[in-house]
Design a protein around this ligand. Structure first.
Ligand SMILES: *Cc1c(COP(=O)(O)O)cnc(C)c1O
Length: 384
């Protein structure tokens, strides 16, 4: 082991934003006193209103998690057949397609942002295609204008998995305003969270009622069932936690910005390391800090670095791994063939999420960078 100011406590890739228990207790007391625990209660209405402002959106519906939000969002759009999407995402993106009986058609990704490669979408469109499902990977937005242009040309719907882009903008416009619909995840690992939770923002106001029905068994009143819904409601405790967490988000973003700068400074000249999450200020979600390791230049693989870092108590993660196109039940698809996804195949072996959360000390960031640098130098000298 290299002798570096060792980290006594393990450092994990993230740490949830935790509002003070005292403040939460007063929110919880209010819920208890109301004796209204779920089904569109006061806390949920409040959170809905605050998120409308924060995300700068006209229409929002809250859910018990992001996956159910996406699943029911797709359902509400009456899609059929095939949906063009990316293999480089969290499983939930394509599982939401699966539960709607939709077949994913995997499109390769773009090397800089790791989002869907818009130059390759048109070749995948068939008469069965009904939508494009893009993912704003690690906070890097998709090429939303080009995607809309293609969608308009072929009359396709556009849905975004925005699990990583809470509160971010594209050239001054809220990211949720692009496409027909955007899903946000409020899982504990996300910047803003309700422990578990999610939301959809969307253009078509008539979907508000439909989505509220879909998340509540398709019920209208007590006796009429109008849609094949599910149970995907956010409860009052989740919403109350959200109201307190939301107050902390701006400060968390500011802290993460400092951490990002610290990482970038110290990693700038390490051969074979490139920062993927480069965006700043309102364009950045500050959700992840992700690097790509070029095995030839760095001298060792991503997997090797991940393991070495663990020896020093640094627990980074391979987000996303494996590719969704490699899932057993999708492997047979033509679009899943590795030769059709060269960039995704390369990226999935090269990217690493480093520890990133507001409470992470700058001195720990420095130590993590020192470890990475020394590992690189040692590796190269061995090779020579
Ligand atoms: C977290 C995440 C999801 C799932 O959201 P949940 O709220 O955990 O259901 C979906 N897609 C991406 C890209 C995610 O990171």
């Amino acid at each position: 082991m290299i002798d570096i100011g060792t980290l006594k406590e393990p450092i994990y890739v993230t740490r949830p934003l935790l509002p003070s228990l005292q403040k939460l207790n007063s929110q919880f007391s209010e819920v208890w006193d109301s004796k209204w625990l779920t089904n569109n209660g006061l806390q949920q209405k409040r959170l809905e209103k605050q998120l409308k402002d924060y995300l700068n959106t006209e229409n929002i519906v809250l859910f018990n998690n992001g996956t159910m939000a996406l699943l029911l969002g797709l359902k509400s759009l009456n899609l059929a057949g095939e949906v063009i999407t990316t293999p480089f995402t969290f499983p939930a993106t394509v599982q939401a397609l699966d539960w709607n009986g939709l077949t994913p058609v995997f499109c390769d990704i773009e090397p800089d942002t790791l989002t869907i490669d818009v130059t390759k979408i048109e070749a995948l469109i068939t008469e069965k295609t009904s939508a494009i499902l893009g993912v704003h990977v690690f906070g890097n937005p998709c090429d939303v204008l080009k995607i809309q242009e293609i969608a308009d040309k072929y009359d396709l719907k556009v849905i975004y998995d925005g699990a990583h882009v809470f509160g971010t903008m594209i050239k001054g416009k809220p990211i949720g305003s692009f496409g027909d619909m955007t899903m946000f995840s409020f899982h504990a690992t996300k910047l803003f969270h309700t422990i578990e939770g999610g939301a959809l923002t969307f253009k078509d106001q008539s979907l508000v009622m439909k989505l509220n029905q879909l998340k509540n068994f398709g019920l209208v009143g007590q006796e009429e069932v109008v849609l094949p819904g599910l149970n995907a409601k956010m409860n009052e405790i989740q919403a109350a936690i959200g109201l307190e967490t939301l107050k902390l988000v701006d400060e968390e973003r500011a802290r993460r910005h400092e951490i990002k700068i610290e990482y970038e400074q110290h990693l700038a000249n390490v051969p074979g390391i490139r920062v993927i999450t480069k965006l700043e200020d309102e364009n950045s979600s500050y959700q992840y800090f992700v690097i790509e390791i070029d095995e030839c230049l760095f001298g060792q693989s991503r997997d090797w670095l991940l393991e070495q870092l663990q020896q020093y108590n640094v627990f980074s993660r391979k987000y996303f791994y494996p590719l969704c196109s490699d899932f057993a039940w999708y492997k047979h698809l033509k679009s899943s063939q590795p030769k059709n996804l060269p960039q995704a195949q390369k990226t999935v072996k090269g990217v690493l999420s480093l520890p990133y959360y507001g409470e992470l000390e700058l001195t720990s960031v420095l130590t993590i960078c020192e470890i990475i640098k020394k590992l690189q130098v040692t590796t190269v000298s061995v090779a020579l």
